[in-house]
Every structure is written in C-alpha cells, then in structure tokens.
Design a protein around this ligand. Structure first.
Ligand code: NAP
Length: 331
C-alpha cells in the first residue's frame, strides 16, 4: 500500500516508517525539512503540491505537531495547539479534495485527553475526559484542550470516502535514542529512577511493536472509526513502572524524588512535570473488544525486551549516538 505520514520524521514516525517499509509498503513522509530521498516538503498549515501525495494513497497517518518534550509556557502551549490543529485541518482538506481519496486516515491524538485519575481505568466508552479535575495545576487542562481540538479538527473534516480513526496513544516505548524509553533508562541508570512524588500516579505505555501492530490492525479493520486508545492493557503506578525498568537493566536502587525535586529535574531536562505527575490510567477497550492481542501486555516483560534490544543495538553500533529526532519526547 502507499502510506503517507505527515510529521513522520519524529520518534513515532521513525518506528512506523521502519516497520511499514520493512513490511513492503511504499511510505512517503511529509516534513518541513526534507532531507531524505523521497521525503516531500510541506509547512504543516497551507495547501500545496504535497497534497498530490495524498491523492491516490491508501493510508494517511498524520503525526505532525510541535514536540511536547519542553517546558510548558504560554508560547509553547500555543505552538503545540496551533501546529496540531492546523496540520490536521490541512491534511483533512487534502483528503477531502483528493480525486482518489485514501481508504483510511489515522490521526494521532493522545491518551492525555483523559482525566488525571487513580480510581478506575479510562476506556473509550466509560473514560472521563480531563480538564475539570481539582487539585492539579490549572495549565494541565490546556493539554486536554489541545487533544480535544486536535480530534475535533479530524471529526469536522468532510471525507465521506475515507474512514477516520483518532489514535489516543500512550507513551511509545522503543529502544531508539532520544525516545522516552531512552530518557527513562538513562535516569534509572543514574540511580534517579525512583518514585516521583510518591509514585502512585499511573503510567500508560505501549511497546513499539504493539504500536505498529495496532496501526496495521486498524488499517485492516473496516468497521472501526473514531477514537481508539492505543495503550497496553496494564498501566501501572509510576513506582512499579520504574522498579520494573530498574530490574530489567539491573540497577539496584532508584532515589525517590519529591514534587519539587521533579520540578528541578524537569527544568534541567527542559521538560514539564505534567509528563511525570499526571496519572494516566488508560486501557485499550476498543482494541481488545475487536480481538486485538497484545504481544507485550505487561510492563516488566516489555521492559526486558526493550533492554535486550537496546543492548543488542549498542553492541552492534558501539559509541554511535545518532541525534534524537527533535529533542526528547515523552507524549
Ligand atoms: N512519542 C510518544 O510516545 C507519543 C505518545 C502519544 C502521542 N504522541 C503524539 O504523536 C505525534 C508524533 O509523536 P513523536 O514522538 O514522533 O513526535 P515528534 O518526534 O515531536 O515528531 C513530530 C513531528 O511533527 C513535526 N512538527 C513539529 N512541529 C511542527 C509544526 N509546527 N508544524 C508541522 N509539523 C511539525 C516534526 O516534523 P518535521 O520537523 O520534519 O516537519 C516532527 O518530527 C505527536 O503529535 C505527539 O504529540 C506521541
């Protein structure tokens, strides 16, 4: 199949491009800075010749959006919102205008759309959309607003011949340098992989191979439209998550961190504590109901598999440290 991936140069795009190309598909990336042969330039907000790539494609997977791996300021939050809404709008326009529209448009969204919650897991049918929680920083609501506006933009697009699916993805764990797993593993290896602010907050995650398999599954299943949670079925507390990661690498201790220490650490990493402190308890209701079987449903096993691959890759390429796609990413 011909698959077009706007914003496919980042962490998720690298995973998908690699796997889908290996599976024999013709993958075309839309990027603001084309550098590889076959990449097509666009600006993520205005129509242009790039739209010809979408006309006649089988699948569009839109991943474009300013990285969330940064400090949340009014300027960065606005850029996160605008880049997602505008790129989704212009992709929708290209799909709508295509003489031969793609069969499916998978639009990235985020598991962050759900409420900061401990009491019960969020599936698509019964989950609570965030934004009205009390006792959390007010700016957390803005991440939810971004996710809602992002999904709304896809819903709004008039694309009668194209099935639309929004991927409410959890953190994608892959062995690639610069990805979230790499960052967490480095912290654990430094002895800093302990509970943060008590560590009771849930972490939702998905193994990179299950992400690819879920994407392939959703492409094949003509009966699925709308939001789909793309997360392993067993989210766990941040404390247990980091404990399993330490065990997988063989790090004996992880220093606990209080909220203010996390604030300092996040500042040093140019990241935001929302990414560490928000409880993301998200489960893949629709995928499981539809018969999708996860290869890596449990974090301790998934972490061991990822550690094995990290060690194998580093043995194969000692000392090589390719630049991360666009700063480190967390969600
Ligand atoms: N990584 C995760 O675990 C995860 C989990 C849930 C959701 N997500 C979401 O999935 C998407 C892809 O994730 P990722 O980790 O691969 O992100 P990423 O590494 O930041 O890549 C996103 C890509 O979007 C493009 N982009 C950045 N700013 C843009 C702008 N202003 N206008 C148009 N395009 C822009 C960039 O491509 P060019 O510079 O080449 O144009 C970049 O490579 C993101 O929207 C992210 O929020 C990621």
């Amino acid at each position: 199949m011909k698959m077009v991936i706007p914003g496919g140069t980042g962490q998720v795009g690298t995973i998908l491009r690699r796997a889908l190309t290996a599976a024999g598909h013709d993958v075309v990336i839309l990027t603001r800075r084309p550098s590889r042969e076959g990449d097509i330039g666009w600006d993520g907000e205005t129509p242009g010749p790039w739209a010809e790539a979408i006309d006649g494609a089988d699948v569009v997977i839109n991943l474009a959006g300013r990285s969330v791996g940064c400090r949340y300021t009014p300027a960065t939050l606005t850029a996160m919102m605008d880049s997602r809404v505008r790129s989704t709008r212009v992709v929708g326009e290209a799909v709508a205008a295509a003489a031969r529209p793609p069969r499916i448009w998978l639009q990235m969204s985020t598991a962050t759309i759900y409420a900061h919650r401990f009491d019960a897991p969020n599936d698509e049918a019964t989950g609570v959309i965030g934004g009205a929680e009390t006792g959390v920083p007010r700016y957390w609501a803005y991440s939810v607003e971004i996710a809602k506006a992002w999904e709304r933009e896809q819903e709004r697009a008039a694309t009668p011949s194209t099935r639309k699916v929004a991927l409410r993805s959890a953190m994608v764990m892959s062995p690639d340098r610069g990805g979230v797993f790499d960052v967490l593993l480095r912290l654990a290896r430094l002895g800093l992989g302990g509970p943060v602010a008590g560590g009771a907050q849930y972490v939702s995650w998905i193994h990179d191979r299950d992400l690819v398999r879920a994407v392939e599954f959703l492409i094949d299943r003509d009966d699925i439209t709308g939001p789909v949670n793309v997360a392993a079925p067993n989210p766990l507390s941040q404390r247990a998550f980091m404990r399993a990661l330490r065990a997988a690498w063989g790090v004996p201790v992880g220093l606990p961190a209080t909220s203010w220490m996390a604030e300092l650490g996040a500042l040093a990493l140019r990241s935001d504590t929302e990414l560490l402190l928000k409880s993301r308890r998200v489960v893949p209701g629709r995928l499981l109901e539809s018969g999708f079987a996860f290869d890596h449903p449990e974090w301790p096993e998934a972490a061991s598999d990822l550690v094995r691959r990290v060690r194998r890759d580093r043995r194969a390429l000692p000392g090589r440290r390719p630049a991360p796609p666009d700063g480190h990413r967390t969600q």
